[in-house]
Design a binder for this molecule. Structure first.
Ligand code: AMP
Length: 285
């Protein structure tokens, strides 16, 4: 395990280092992040080291995936803390491009993902998945990893990226990694640090409601009444607005009424000023 993570701020040196590793036969794994790293991100790094020789973590708060009223300027940034965590986790390299490096003057291309980006977060964050698809495609082209890892925490994002890489023949394998949770069930997220103590005590209800719905769906229940009950439970707990609470097919993300094959229950809801998302798998009995 390296005791320091190599830091790259410009593309040329990063490419030279990764090329040398690749020529030496090393399998390269990319973990794209926006920084403000927590144990969930580090679980991706640990998985990267388990499946490949070199783990490269990108840290880039991507302006094109934030809407005009979203938290781009407030998004937590702490490069020194992130680099220390990456060293502890055994990451081989950190890729820290500037906005100018990613989007130089004259940059004018965008990737428009298809149906996987419609509905769910796609309804409430117009342009978000186009921004994600564009930046992830750039990161994959810059690093040219064998494998890129994404958390199931952002399940729609994972499915969008699978579709984009498949449709554009990007020579990379996309792997999803299960969501890391606090002991009370709250999914780890960089945005959890926005929660005040009272909100933090309510936040685990999000996962509890999803888990309850998933269990009943797995036993054959119908989605509609469970979803209505779930929205009521979240509202009573202090969430609002609940942007969506839906049951979708795990592969296609199409809405389903019964979980005849693997499905997902997905939610986005505000708790105070903080927008939280989460999802859980439904594995039919
Ligand atoms: P972000 O920095 O929020 O863009 O996240 C970077 C990557 O880490 C994405 O692939 C996320 O899905 C993943 N991730 C974020 N939180 C978690 C978590 N609690 N468990 C597993 N993966 C996560």
């Amino acid at each position: 395990m390296p005791d320091t993570t190599l830091r790259f701020d410009t593309l040329g040196p990063l490419r030279a280092r990764v090329d040398a590793w690749r020529r030496g036969g090393d399998r390269i794994v990319l973990v794209p992040t926006m920084g403000a790293l927590h144990a969930g991100h580090l679980a991706l790094v640990t998985h990267a080291k388990a499946i490949g020789r070199r783990a490269i973590v990108s840290i880039f708060v991507n302006p094109t995936q934030f809407g005009p009223t979203e938290d781009f300027s407030q998004y937590p940034r702490d490069t020194q803390a992130d680099l220390a965590l990456l060293s502890q986790a055994g990451a081989d390299a950190a890729w820290l491009p500037s906005v100018e490096t990613m989007y130089p003057t004259g940059f004018s291309t965008r990737i428009e993902p298809g149906p996987a980006a419609e509905g769910l977060c796609g309804c409430f964050r117009p342009g978000h998945f186009s921004g994600v698809a564009t930046v992830v495609t750039k990161l994959i082209n810059q690093v040219q990893p064998d494998i890129a890892l994404f958390g199931e925490k952002d399940f729609q994002q994972l499915q969008v990226i699978r579709a984009v890489t498949r449709d554009l023949d990007l020579p990379v394998t996309i792997e999803g990694v299960p969501t890391l949770r606090e002991t009370d069930g709250l999914a780890l997220s960089s945005r959890n640090r926005y929660l005040d103590p009272s909100e933090r005590s309510i936040a685990p209800r999000l996962h509890a409601v999803l888990a309850d719905i998933a269990e009943r769906l797995a036993r054959g229940a119908e989605a509609g009444p469970l979803v209505a009950e779930g929205i009521a439970a979240l509202t009573a707990a202090g969430f609002g607005p609940v942007q969506y609470l839906e049951v979708r097919d795990a592969q296609t993300l199409q809405p389903v009424e019964r979980a005849e094959r693997e499905a997902r229950v997905l939610v986005a809801a505000y708790l105070g000023k903080t927008r939280l998302i989460d999802n859980v798998a439904v594995v039919p009995a």
